[in-house]
Design a protein around this ligand. Structure first.
Ligand code: ATP
Ligand code: MG
Length: 297
């Protein structure tokens, strides 16, 4: 991976596959962080070359837009989130693709909500008729709408390991009964609000993943990125209604183009091949399209 940028006033502490984290250069127990979204794109757990131009800005714009909606701009109640107004300058080279956030104690659970059956949920259903242990009716197909949205948590594995789907009972073991119920209820509430908003713009929010942290006062706080095309599956509602094949029905606004190309051109051993310009451009256009559709008046 390329070296993280040196940012004046900030100290680099961590790089994930997509984002780089910094804390203020001064002080020992930082209460703030700078989260910088890069243009890196990952698929099948590999970071690919080249990146998708503009992706970091688009993901950050989407996150900020949703944080605002969920803070009450959509008419719903305000959900506490991790954003703070920067007190020191944001370095110009990361402007537009970074957020200053409160440094929270993160809970080790990825709070996934699925309104539709696909991906790892579809794989589990096909194998045993359940999703995260929850039994579902027979006869569902890839891409079908679920009878109701499901909270299907995953254990957030330490760096480098795979996240793993877990049951609600395992979530209780990890964070306690009260927190687990809070995580479930809040995740379902946010999903419902977001899915309704997306629907109004011709989009299906098929599934999404939230991460929560706890602040110094014990308040459960929405953190990380939210409802971006890296953390969610968005589909074209019209294509879903009229499509006859899974590919047509799940016309997605995320890196599916990249996944499909890679699946067809790589045997998943060794280093993945470089993405062709055409795939990079189509993916970038698709990300832009999502933001336009969602935020159109
Ligand atoms: P990868 O996505 O590559 O599997 P990752 O999820 O650890 O790894 P990123 O998503 O790139 O990496 O980086 C974001 C990291 O910051 C995550 O570990 C996330 O849990 C953490 N994080 C997000 N918001 C906060 C916050 N407010 N306080 C503390 N940590 C946070
Ligand atoms: Mg992450």
């Amino acid at each position: 991976m390329a070296h993280p940028l040196e940012l004046p006033g900030w100290r680099h502490v961590y790089s994930g596959k997509v984002r780089d984290l910094y804390v203020p250069a001064e002080g020992d127990s930082p209460d703030r962080m700078l989260v910088v979204a890069s243009d890196r794109v990952s698929a099948f757990d590999h970071v690919l070359e080249p990146g998708i131009p503009g992706k970091g800005v688009l993901l950050t714009t989407l996150s900020l837009w949703w944080f605002g909606r969920l803070a009450g701009a959509d008419g719903g109640r305000s959900i506490p989130n991790h954003l703070v107004a920067p007190t020191e300058p944001i370095p110009a080279e990361v402007a537009g693709r970074s957020m200053v956030v409160r440094n929270l104690e993160m809970l080790p659970v990825e709070c996934v909500v699925r309104g539709y059956l696909t991906g790892s949920g579809w794989a589990e259903y096909r194998a045993q008729g359940t999703v995260c242990g929850i039994p579902l009716p027979d006869g569902l197909s890839d891409g079908d709408r679920l009878p109701e949205p499901l909270f299907t948590p995953a254990y957030k594995a330490p760096m480098g390991e795979h996240d793993e789907n877990i049951s609600f009972e395992q979530t209780v073991e990890l964070v306690g009964a009260e927190r687990a119920a809070q995580l479930r209820d809040l995740s379902l509430e946010i999903y419902a609000r977001a899915a309704r908003a997306a629907e109004g713009h011709g989009l299906i929010l098929a599934d999404t993943k939230f991460e929560f942290g706890v602040d110094a006062d014990g308040v459960l706080t929405l953190a990380d990125e939210v409802l971006t095309s890296d953390s969610s599956r968005y589909w074209d509602a019209e294509a879903w209604r009229t499509g006859t094949t899974p590919t047509e029905r799940m016309a997605s606004f995320d890196k599916q183009i990249v996944r499909d190309w890679l699946a067809a051109n790589w045997d998943k051993t060794g280093t993945p091949p470089e993405l062709p310009d055409e795939i990079v451009e189509r993916t970038a256009a698709r990300y832009r399209e999502l933001l336009q559709l969602l935020t159109a008046a």
